[in-house]
Write a protein that binds this ligand. Structure first.
Ligand SMILES: Cc1cc2nc3c(=O)[nH]c(=O)nc-3n(C[C@H](O)[C@H](O)[C@H](O)COP(=O)(O)OP(=O)(O)OC[C@H]3O[C@@H](n4cnc5c(N)ncnc54)[C@H](O)[C@@H]3O)c2cc1C
Length: 403
């Protein structure tokens, strides 16, 4: 083996890339983690968004020693209450009916970023390159791929057995590999803020579906609610300009009075919503994970949960592999991820369209409707299983099994 050849180079130290580096370290596999953000700062993606971690992700991130570093306790989602404006139906899912304490836990992305960083600092096999930006690929010969990076000292080239694209929705690695992606613009923006209400969170996630987007209150662990408010793209600028009182009035109108009067909203951030799905997830000596492989509508709270399962499956395969970038390993990864990927994409897209103006899909879904959903236990169980993160070939750490 050449001394200057890196076994695994991960491009992107966001939610999925950082989790993968930790999982690999735990499995005894060394990795080089490349991130544009310099040491001492967190990548911008670790912002105020509320992440709902499925039970499977909580199991895995606890086994990896990450969640123990959270400063704010996670907020448990014990019930999910979803209703749709104009329909009488509503869905009420209770985790106890599925023999669970909670469907998942709400964690603030910023806090999660700090926890990942704290855990990364105690790894022994992770090499960090930051600030360093992936700028392109070089030759791929003799089982080695060249990776071009731009850092403080200028451009350099790394030689790697395997390159992992964890560089997010607009993945430059994906483009350099010549992998196309299917893009759909939902014409919605999602506003996220921390909100205080008359009633403190009681473990219920309230979800209200309307034609111009979903609105939800998630139970955070710090006594506040995590607000998610979807608006039509054309209204996004006007909503961003609202003062606090105007914004709260708008949200109250969308959500109703389930948490009592909304009293206070922290700073808002907004995200335009796109679905970006790579045509394939592997190439010669390369694999796509997380948002680089698939970016989905956040309504089902599945994006990171799905990306984490990409990463954990890869770590499981690499723990056993002699050559981490061999065709056999990469094909096994694509095969093991296919079912979960397909079903989670369909689930999130279906939910997103249920809340949008997409007329052809809306009508049949509405007539099947939330009312029906509330009465069909198997459909509910499927939904709840998905919300908890058990789909397809589930990585061992997600099942709470020591890998
Ligand atoms: C409002 C909102 C709410 C969400 N809520 C949930 C939720 O409740 N549950 C859930 O599971 N998911 C949720 N998601 C989705 C979740 O945020 C994403 O799935 C997750 O961030 C994907 O992680 P990633 O590591 O693949 O990509 P990112 O987190 O985008 O990380 C990419 C990283 O790559 C780095 N990078 C980019 N280009 C380069 C380059 N050329 N060279 C080096 N580094 C580079 C970036 O700096 C960044 O650190 C939500 C998303 C939004 C927008």
């Amino acid at each position: 083996m050449h001394a200057d050849v890196h076994q695994v180079v991960i491009i992107g130290g966001g939610l999925v890339g950082a989790s993968l580096a930790i999982a690999l370290d735990r499995a005894g596999v060394g990795a080089t983690l490349v991130e544009t953000t310099p040491a001492g700062a967190l990548p911008a993606v670790f912002d105020q968004r509320n992440l709902s971690f499925a039970e499977a992700s909580v199991n895995a991130l606890t086994a990896l020693g990450v969640l123990q570093h959270l400063r704010i306790p996670a907020g448990a989602i014990r019930r999910i209450h979803a209703s749709r404006e104009g329909d009488f139906g509503r869905v009420l899912l209770d985790a106890r009916d599925y023999g669970r304490e909670a469907f998942g836990q709400v964690v603030v992305a910023r806090d999660f970023g700090d926890a990942l960083e704290a855990r990364l600092s105690s790894t022994s096999r992770v090499r960090r390159l930051r600030p360093a930006r992936f700028v392109g690929l070089g030759a791929c010969t003799d089982g080695i791929r060249e990776v071009r990076l731009a850092g403080e000292a200028g451009e350099s080239t790394l030689r790697a057995r395997l390159v992992v694209a964890a560089d997010g929705t607009d993945s430059v690695v994906r483009a350099a590999l010549g992998i196309a992606a299917e893009v759909h613009d939902y014409r919605q923006h999602l506003f996220v803020a921390r909100v205080r209400a008359q009633r403190a969170p009681d473990g219920t996630a309230w979800e209200r579906l309307r034609a111009d987007g979903p609105t939800a209150l998630l139970p955070r662990g710090d006594g506040a609610h995590g607000l998610v408010h979807g608006v039509a793209a054309d209204d996004a600028d006007a909503v961003a300009r609202l003062d606090e009182a105007g914004f709260l009035a708008r949200v109250q109108g969308a959500l109703g009075w389930r948490a009592g009067r909304l009293l206070e909203a922290g700073p808002r951030s907004a995200y335009p919503l796109r679905r970006v799905v790579a045509d394939r997830t592997i190439a010669q000596r390369a694999v796509l994970v997380g948002n680089a492989a698939q970016t989905i509508h956040p309504i089902g709270a599945q994006g990171f949960n799905l990306g984490l399962r990409d990463a954990l499956t890869l770590a499981e395969l690499l723990a056993e592999a002699e050559d981490p970038g061999s065709d056999a390993v990469l094909e096994a990864h694509a095969a093991r991820r296919a079912d979960d990927r397909e079903r989670t994409l369909a689930f999130s897209d279906g939910l997103a369209r249920l809340t949008s103006n997409d007329a052809p899909l809306l009508r049949p879904l509405r007539s099947l409707g939330l009312l029906a959903l509330d009465r069909v236990p198997t459909l509910q169980a499927l939904l709840a299983g998905g919300a908890m993160g058990y789909r397809g070939d589930v990585p061992a750490l997600c099942r709470g099994v020591a890998a």
